[in-house]
Design a binder for this molecule. Structure first.
Ligand code: SF4
Ligand code: SF4
Length: 398
């Protein structure tokens, strides 16, 4: 990779919330204390060094941005208060802003007032758009799809997904090309032969199944509270509950739609609480609201290093997730009440508007890490000497 020096890199990173790392004298204490450092991934000192000397492309192509779990351990050991953990979080925001080709992510992170106004405007837009097609409110039962036509929600959802997919795909392609090249991966080494395919499948399983869904290293190596708090009060579980809840609700929505397509159950038809898809949605909703609530409380208290600095976009994302979950529960409660409460219709309208906004903004906020991290972990696993037969990669300098 040609080394192009960007003299603005450090100040640009500070616009994304990075601490002033000019005090860092490369002692390496942070790297020595990081529980996730391995021969295949050395950070945060190297990433800070990239920023100090203006190696923008090297920084953006570092898989380590995504393999860091923001535990804050490195900041505890830094002798100069350079806040390496905070720097890594800001570098991830910077990377999301640069992988995204629309400029929206950059705006969300660097112009907090404009980002907040946009978030509010989007919620109002979706609510008014749905409201403009409203039908009558039945008083006998909560007939939500007579109030807001199901076809409108479906078509709007498809339009939102197309935008998200197109924007997300561009970001993913940029990220994978940069990180994959830096790690020496080519199409041939990933899918070029039967053994390469087997290796790729194994790497994907490690990244997606073991590390992302199972949170193995987060739980095992990156949990400073392991000795002092029960599992349900630990940071890894807040993160996992939010992710599992989000995925569970997505699955419940897809299954519900699938049942309607198969003619088994119309969407919105009242079902008992123990109906499998409803039960899945309820359990997933509980996990989502619990996880998001605890993450908000933790961020609000700001006692832990990992959450001491928050961008407006971090708050917007958590609030959107929380509001989507809570309004989902309020709607469920309204559906099971014997008479149709009028507020149920408004909760439904608000729930749909916020959920649409959450999905639409996903590639432009922290939620993008839900895709970038597994990809980086896959690339790391693919390049790992434990998976590769010939260990032909040189590891990075610490
Ligand atoms: S925040 Fe934690 S995982 Fe990230 S670099 Fe620091 S010690 Fe490592
Ligand atoms: S511990 Fe602090 S001073 Fe030392 S390399 Fe890390 S960030 Fe720099």
């Amino acid at each position: 990779m040609t080394a192009i020096v960007d003299t603005e890199l450090l100040s640009d990173l500070q616009r994304y919330g990075a601490a002033d790392v000019s005090a860092c004298f490369s002692c390496g204490s942070c790297t020595a204390s990081c529980p996730l450092v391995s021969d295949d991934a050395t950070f945060p000192r190297r990433i800070i060094r990239y920023a100090q000397v203006g190696l923008r492309e090297q920084l953006l192509s570092s898989k380590e941005l995504w393999t860091c779990y923001a535990c804050g351990e490195c900041s505890e050991t830094c002798p100069t208060q350079a806040e390496p953990s905070e720097f890594m979080a800001a570098a991830r925001r910077y990377a999301i802003g640069h992988y995204d080709r629309t400029g929206l992510a950059r705006m969300m992170y660097t112009r907090p007032v404009l980002g907040t106004v946009l978030a509010l405007a989007l919620a109002v837009f979706f609510a008014l758009f749905m409201y403009s097609a409203r039908g009558p409110q039945s008083e006998a039962s909560l007939d939500i799809f007579t109030f807001i036509p199901e076809a409108l929600i479906h078509d709007t959802g498809i339009a939102v997904m197309i935008i998200v997919f197109a924007a997300g795909l561009l970001g993913v392609a940029t990220m994978v090309r940069a990180v994959g090249r830096a790690e020496g991966l080519t199409l041939g080494t990933v899918v070029g032969s039967w053994s390469a395919l087997k290796l790729s499948a194994r790497a994907l399983w490690l990244a997606l199944g073991v590390e992302t869904l199972g949170q193995r290293r987060y739980r095992r190596d990156c949990d400073a509270d392991a000795e002092v708090k029960p599992w349900y009060l630990r940071r890894w579980f807040f993160h996992a509950a939010t992710m599992w809840g989000f995925l569970g609700l997505l699955l419940a929505t897809i299954l519900d739609y699938g049942l309607a397509l198969l003619g088994i159950k119309e969407t919105g038809t009242p079902v008992p609480i123990w109906y499998p898809v409803r039960l899945l949605g309820t359990v997933a909703g509980i996990l989502l609201v619990y996880g998001a609530t605890m993450l908000i409380v933790q961020r609000y208290r700001g006692q832990e290093r990992s959450v001491r600095h928050s961008s407006a976009a971090d708050w917007i994302l958590l609030v959107l997730i929380w509001v989507t979950g809570v309004t989902g529960f309020a709607l469920e409660a309204a559906l099971y009440l014997p008479s149709a409460p009028a507020w149920g219709y408004w909760v439904f309208l608000f729930h749909v508007a916020v959920a649409m906004e959450l999905i639409l903004l996903a590639p432009f906020m922290k939620l993008a890490h839900a895709v970038y991290r597994p990809l980086a972990l896959s690339i790391q696993a693919l390049g790992s000497s434990s998976l590769r037969p010939s260990g032909d990669r040189s590891s990075g300098e610490a």
